[in-house]
Design a protein around this ligand. Structure first.
Ligand code: GAP
Length: 441
């Protein structure tokens, strides 16, 4: 697999990912998507939405607020339970997550190792560190207007369970899905996009009858594997881990982690959890709202149980880039390429005039470019020689390069060059759009 530093530097150099607040030296745990990263992330989100929401009409979309009051987090158990065990070095004051010292599993047991890995100073007691970012709504910073940046997007789905019931009249099983930001004050943000303090989640809560949770758990487990394949993550690098009880989140009765072989070790990519009725029970109790579902046939009222597939967007971007990164030799020359699935590639087609000093070739290339732009993500490139342009596009994963040359002026055909094989074929300009659309299906 690619060296991690090589990928991180490609990501910055080619405009995929920049350190947050870069010109001020960066802000730990924040990463910003550059022009190509924003396109890639956008395409991944659309593909996810299509796979898990549009293709499952029983799943409903939602976009809830990032700020939520203390009452929500008290009910959900995050105020008391959403913490990581941490040890502080008495000498250099550096804080460590206990699992960083002990390695996996990330259980909350006390470490036997008492030595700081950095300065070899003595580590203090293990303390629980709550990961939520707290702030205040309004002018007065008082306890009664404390609000939190959501550490998980799931609570939006539970808080709006009744609104979705009342407005959409769904019948079980059904899901509520959203994509959005989550914030965690990680003790030790690290490994690029892997552990950030601000990140995006794609997730849904699937509401089921208690007696049926296992079959739905299995169904979504299979769909998660289908997603791994669809988005272009190398399947062989993904492994399921049955998370032991002591390592599960406070709300979970069963969790499977989908782990990925990152260059820094095998670690969680996605999660699939059975949350039971924990969240609806607690929100009903704390809010006083009647959150029961009414069976349309029997009239029975009950709180459904929940199966939750969850996907970090940053970790997806990372796994996709790691899976796509290749180095090979083409025409006797070494090259770097990203074998991104065309569906998520930030640029699908690059259009080149063969030479940039021949007016009629440039004009024809512009015409082809203008024709493609409304249909498909297309970029113009006329800098350097053709070989350099190919290398540049290979490195950002552009699946096809279109060159307008002298022959184009005679027979209205262009060359289409395939990123992975380097093979070129002549395609008539009037068939170009359907040529790409066919390959993007
Ligand atoms: N609602 C369930 C939930 O939030 P989680 O396992 O705590 O579950 C979900 O987080 C996903 O978010 C993880 O599987 C991972 O992909 C991603 N994730 C978690 N912490 C992260 C962090 N600090 N930085 C980037 N992604 C993170």
């Amino acid at each position: 697999m690619v060296m991690f530093d090589t990928l991180v530097s490609l990501a910055k150099r080619r405009g995929f990912v920049f350190p947050g607040s870069d010109i001020y030296g960066g802000l730990a745990g924040t990463w910003d998507l550059g022009p190509l990263g924003a396109e890639l992330a956008h395409n991944i989100k659309n593909l996810w939405w299509d796979h898990f929401v549009k293709k499952h009409p029983e799943n409903y979309g939602l976009a809830s607020s990032i700020l939520m009051p203390e009452a929500v987090w008290s009910a959900s158990g995050h105020l008391d339970g959403f913490s990581d065990p941490m040890e502080e070095c008495k000498k250099c004051k550096k804080r460590w997550r206990v699992d960083e010292i002990q390695g996996r599993p990330t259980s909350k047991r006390t470490s036997d190792v008492q030595i700081c890995p950095e300065c070899k100073g003595e580590l203090g007691e293990v303390r629980q560190f709550n990961l939520m970012f707290k702030t205040h709504a309004g002018a007065v910073a008082a306890d009664e207007n404390a609000v939190y940046l959501r550490p998980e997007i799931a609570q939006g789905m539970f808080v709006h369970f009744k609104n979705v019931l009342d407005t959409m009249r769904p019948t079980l099983p059904f899901g509520i899905a959203q994509i959005g930001k989550a914030f965690r004050n990680e003790i030790a943000p690290r490994d690029f996009l892997f552990r950030a303090r601000e990140f995006d989640l794609m997730e849904f809560e699937y509401f089921v009858r208690e007696s049926e949770w296992e079959e739905h758990f299995e169904k979504w487990r299979k769909e998660m594997w289908a997603w791994v394949e669809k988005v272009g993550i190398t399947k062989d690098l993904v492994h399921e881990l049955e998370v032991p009880k002591e390592d599960r989140a406070h709300y979970s009765k069963r969790t499977i982690d989908f782990e990925f072989d990152f260059p820094f070790g095998r670690n969680e990519l996605y999660g699939l959890a059975y949350r039971g009725d924990h969240d609806l029970v607690e929100h009903a109790k704390h809010s006083g709202a009647d959150l029961r579902y009414t069976d349309p046939v029997s009239g029975e009222k009950f709180l459904p149980h929940v199966v939750e597939p969850t996907f970090g967007l940053g970790r997806t971007v990372l796994a996709v880039l790691l899976s796509a990164y290749c180095e090979d030799e083409l025409g006797g020359e070494k090259r770097v390429l990203l074998k991104l699935d065309p569906k998520i590639a930030p640029v699908k087609v690059a259009v080149f005039p063969l030479v940039s000093n021949k007016e009629n070739i440039v004009a024809k290339a512009r015409e082809v470019f203008e024709m493609l732009v409304p249909q498909i993500e297309t970029r113009w490139d006329d800098i350097g020689n053709i070989g350099k342009r190919y290398r540049r596009q290979d490195e950002i994963g552009t699946p096809w390069c279109v060159t307008i040359d002298y022959q184009t002026l005679e027979d209205d055909t262009v060359t289409v060059r395939d990123r992975d094989t380097g093979n070129q074929e002549r395609v008539s300009v009037k068939e170009l759009v359907s040529y790409f659309q066919e390959r993007l299906k």
